[in-house]
Ligand binder design. Structure first.
Ligand code: 0X9
Ligand code: ZN
Length: 424
């Protein structure tokens, strides 16, 4: 009898741990927010795995840590302060939990609606499937949309990170805006006629659904790592300087910035690679939140790229255009020195492999204390309104040839083939 009970309890435990990643079980330790001086954190990283970084303000960074890890961090000797905040809790599984935000299926319908309404300008396709088999939907927007014209290509992508719901909305709203305003707005017309604009609103559909249904703060994809942990950080899985160091990504599967077992190990990032190598874009924007920043390569090193002057100029202009709408400041600069070092991120690979002027826009809020990853749905329209002039400027920057009144094109984008993978 006792044997039977032990067997049943054990089986239940095994099933539960497969259904829910270890970090999500309700009886697992609570998490706390701690702060640490950025210089201390850099030294801390030399002998310790990275912490889940939430936000840096000036010299102080804030991290989300499990309470049972606090003694270990204290033992490292680096001073930190425990903040008087609790981590956000999991959202309950309800159908309406995502409110005005788009789920995977809502996005699918929205894209097909756009194609049906604007058959001459929009074409929906899929660049591949996610770990759980969801489509990675893409809408191409251009005049003569069914042809591959000799026009520069632009790539706009959202939702590398599951919990960053507003990053889905910007690509979707931009796609809709381009199609609706094509006949009315000269800047839009110029872009749609002079470019081939590819919009991929959800790169991480499995993670997004998981974040909507089970655990709002989920970040990574839903790969099973084979060790009772789930998820690879898609923004650490690209193949340029992948795994360059353990500061910009993590080799530990349960970590939030786990880079995966190898470059492009994930079907989502691999699909982007395949698509972009066939369709190298001159410019790209990857939406994330939060921090209000406009970032560009490099993420892996503070060394500046050969295109730094040009890329900085574009970022500055976008920041000014954004500020002019609602008075919100977006800081700008190369990723490594403006936010923090990352390796294997999308911008670095797009730039290195395709010569793309590759930007990441970190949407509002500014800080963890203004809501962090949880952006109120009321913010969607306001955030889009403030990004729109910058997006229109950005895409028009790459239109070659005649036309356009306010935008100047300065020259062809240079290509930077990937040198051999660097050793650590
Ligand atoms: O860590 C990330 O992947 C991005 N921040 S987020 O809070 N949305 O997770 C920043 C990516 C930085 N990109 C570059 N350094 N190019
Ligand atoms: Zn992100």
């Amino acid at each position: 009898m006792l044997k039977k009970i032990i067997y049943v309890v054990f089986t239940l435990l095994v099933i539960t741990s497969f259904l829910f990643p270890v970090e999500e079980l309700s009886f697992m330790p609570e998490k706390s927010v701690i702060s640490m001086d950025i210089r201390d954190y850099r030294d801390f990283l030399k002998n310790n795995p990275p912490l889940d970084r939430l936000y840096c303000s000036g010299e102080t960074c804030f991290f989300l840590v499990k309470d049972n890890k606090l003694p270990e961090i204290a033992g490292s000797g680096f001073p930190f302060q425990k903040q008087n905040l609790r981590a956000p809790t999991a959202s309950s599984p309800q159908d309406s939990v995502n409110g005005d935000y788009h789920s995977y299926l809502e996005t699918e319908s929205e894209l097909y609606d756009l194609e049906a309404q604007y058959p001459d300008l929009a074409r929906v396709s899929s660049i591949g499937q996610s770990v759980e088999g969801r489509e990675l939907y893409l809408v191409k927007i251009s005049d003569n949309v069914t042809q591959n014209e000799n026009e520069p290509k632009i790539f706009i992508v959202g939702c590398h990170h599951a919990r960053e719901w507003i990053s889905v909305e910007m690509p979707l709203l931009f796609a809709r805006y381009l199609l609706e305003q094509y006949s009315n707005n000269s800047q839009v017309k110029r872009a749609v006629e002079g470019l081939q604009i590819y919009v991929l609103p959800i790169l991480n559909p499995d993670g997004l659904e998981f974040s909507i249904r089970y655990y709002r703060m989920w970040r990574k994809n839903r790969q099973y790592n084979g060790d009772f942990s789930w998820g690879v950080d898609l923004n650490r899985n690209y193949g340029y300087k992948w795994g360059y160091d353990d500061m910009g990504s993590s080799a530990i599967p349960y970590n939030e910035t786990y880079r995966g077992p190898g470059p492009f190990s994930e079907p989502e990032s691999l699909a982007v690679k395949t698509f972009l190598l066939e369709n190298p874009p001159v410019g790209s924007i990857s939406f994330h939140n939060f921090s209000q920043m406009i970032l560009y390569p490099w993420g892996y090193t503070e060394t500046l790229t050969p295109d730094d002057v040009e890329m900085r100029k574009i970022a500055k202009k976008m920041s000014e255009l954004i500020f002019a709408v609602n008075g919100r400041s977006y800081s700008y600069g190369p990723g490594a020195s403006t936010i923090y070092p990352t390796n294997g991120d999308s911008d670095d690979w797009f730039y290195a492999a395709c010569g793309t002027f590759a930007y990441t826009i970190e949407l509002p809020p500014l800080s963890f204390f203004n809501g962090g990853f949880i952006t109120a749905q009321e913010e969607i329209d306001r955030t889009f309104a403030e990004n729109l002039p910058a997006l229109l400027y950005f895409v028009n920057y790459f239109v070659t040839g005649e036309g356009g009144d306010t935008i100047q094109k300065t020259g062809p984008v240079k290509s930077h083939p990937i040198p051999g993978r660097s050793k650590k």
